[in-house]
Design a protein around this ligand. Structure first.
Ligand code: 2HA
Ligand code: ZN
Length: 274
């Protein structure tokens, strides 16, 4: 089967384009990866032309033998929909989880996203934590979340509580909360380790002054998670632009009532008195 005719590739391309249309992917900003299912690998394997093995730059033994659909380094989300073979690739992980090789795509050369170490370490954490259910890792330069990292303390508790308060659906969509990584040099192993540590607890990690990482089961859930958190951040930016304080808000007891009716557990650490 032609790679571009498969549902998972169509879903990936649509998500990349949705992110572009949201304004989260200026120039080559952001990256997306998807851990393929065995049957998806089998359905397109006839198209594979393996290139040289390359070091990943970190170790992900739990991902040995897995295949990932991933955006290319320096490639533009804006172009994914019109020239996918040039913008994205399928990469295979070796049997130790230390090297990768491109088996399809990036027809004009290149390599997977510069954030491949962060993507893979997040995938590894989520694969273990969800028994293989989670397959998508998404990094976007979400404008309003980035703006907030200049004015709110870089603290998981503060970001979680403020984002929850700005839209009633938030605690239901991300009941575990959101983690915050202080500013770090992107692209390397250190930021990958810091992010994957947070991914043990959360599905969302903010990179201060940079953007956000989201993890999820499929494209709809992962895009929806990014979109919900960013929209909440937009409401907070608008609110703070009108006045510095709130006249009324959702209270800790309101959250406890919501948790009961919506059958979610909201950790008390986020329901502190202010
Ligand atoms: O792909 O977003 O963090 C470019 C980036 C790096
Ligand atoms: Zn980035």
């Amino acid at each position: 089967m032609n790679v571009l005719d498969t549902e998972f590739v169509k879903g990936f391309i649509r998500m990349a384009n949705d992110g572009w249309e949201q304004g989260w992917h200026e120039r080559n900003g952001g990256n997306l990866s998807y851990r393929m299912k065995e049957e998806e690998v089998a359905s397109v394997k006839e198209n594979f032309e393996p290139k040289e093995w390359q070091p990943i730059g970190t170790k992900v033994p739990e991902l040995a033998g897995e295949y990932f659909l991933v955006t290319g380094s320096g490639k533009y989300f804006r172009n994914v929909i019109i020239k996918p073979e040039d913008s994205i690739c399928i990469a295979e992980i070796d049997d130790k989880g230390e090297q990768y090789r491109i088996v399809w795509g990036l027809v004009n050369g290149g390599r997977p996203t510069s954030e491949f170490p962060s993507h893979l370490m997040n995938h590894e954490v989520k694969k273990i934590a969800t028994n293989g259910k989670y397959r998508v890792i998404y990094h976007a330069h979400t404008t309003n979340i980035i703006a907030l990292t200049f004015v709110l303390p870089l603290d998981d508790k503060v970001f979680t509580r403020e984002l929850w308060e700005m839209a009633t659906e938030c605690p239901v969509v991300f009941p575990d909360g959101v983690g915050v990584v202080p500013w770090m040099v992107p692209g390397g192993r250190d930021i990958a380790v810091a992010t994957s540590e947070l991914m043990k607890k959360y599905d969302l990690a903010i990179w201060a002054h940079h953007g956000m990482f989201a993890a999820g089961e499929d494209f709809d859930l992962t895009f929806g998670l990014m979109h919900t958190a960013e929209k909440s951040a937009e409401i907070l930016v608008k609110m703070l632009s009108m006045r510095p304080d709130k006249l009324q808000t959702i209270t800790p007891d309101n959250f406890r009532d919501l948790a009961k009716d919506f059958h979610v557990t909201l950790p008390e650490e986020f329901l502190y008195e202010k």
